[in-house]
Ligand binder design. Sequence first.
Ligand code: CAA
Length: 278
Amino acid sequence: MGNGIAHVMSLAGYDVLLNDVSEETLNAAIATIDRNLERQVSRDKITAEAKADAMARIKTTGALPDLGQSDLVIEAATERETVKQAIFEDLLPHLKPNTILTSNTSSISITRLASRTDRPEKFMGFHFMNPVPVMQLVELIRGIATDSETFAACKAVVDKLGKTAATAEDFPAFIVNRILMPMINEAVYTLYEGVGSVSSIDSSLKLGANHPMGPLELADFIGLDTCLAIMNVLHDGLADTKYRPCPLLTKYVEAGWLGRKSQRGFYDYRGETPVPTR
Ligand code: CAA
């Protein structure tokens, strides 16, 4: 999601420094941002000049310390707590005192992430939805120690992006994923128990409930590893068996069938059109 976040931040006028451990990923991110901005130019959503200005405001770096002088850091690494903790630990010695730290985590405790930094009062959840340039919502999550200035500063950023903030308390998976993921997990159970095929489940929710994507198509879009990680956070964090991940979801993830990003999930994306895998 980092490329989408960089896209909307630079378009709103912020200077962006994009960091990743892999230079290849950084290059791919710049190409994706260019392509998505071009899509907005071709649909008259933005001007060619706005696109050029936005591209010029984005710089990349492979060195985490370079981020130290930023006013706002938005971490959007993979959904594993140890990875996120390691990033903040590496960053801390290089930070200026008033830098606000945020995480785009979709489910991990903000209070716990914040407690391992030197500034829990300046730490928040800043959760974008995919695709970031299109989706209107940003969830803002206060940790137990987050101060009101930090919250107000993040809310002002969301306003400047032209997006809408929803405030969520810091409990597992916040609001969107607390509701969305059990629905996706239930769709996988519906498939697992043979109630419907991939196509009939997705058609049912698209045509029967006016969802823009069916739940299995959406799971592939989000990434099945992310969906499983969020179900595990709900299951562990709320200690309620109603959140147990479907064994079929686990099996797809173990197979490395993670959805669109690995070209196979509930659909096979290797051909011209996606083909259901069940
Ligand atoms: N960058 C810029 N613009 C984009 C884009 C991108 N990455 N992706 C799509 N668009 C634009 C298109 O250009 C198009 O613009 P116009 O309206 O001007 O024509 C518009 O978005 C719609 O795109 P498409 O016509 O290509 O396709 P679509 O109508 O099928 O819509 C979709 C695609 C917006 C993704 C739609 O299917 C949708 O809303 N799906 C549900 C997405 C969703 O639920 N997201 C939340 C996931 S949960 C999450 O993110 C939280 C988490 O933590 C897991």
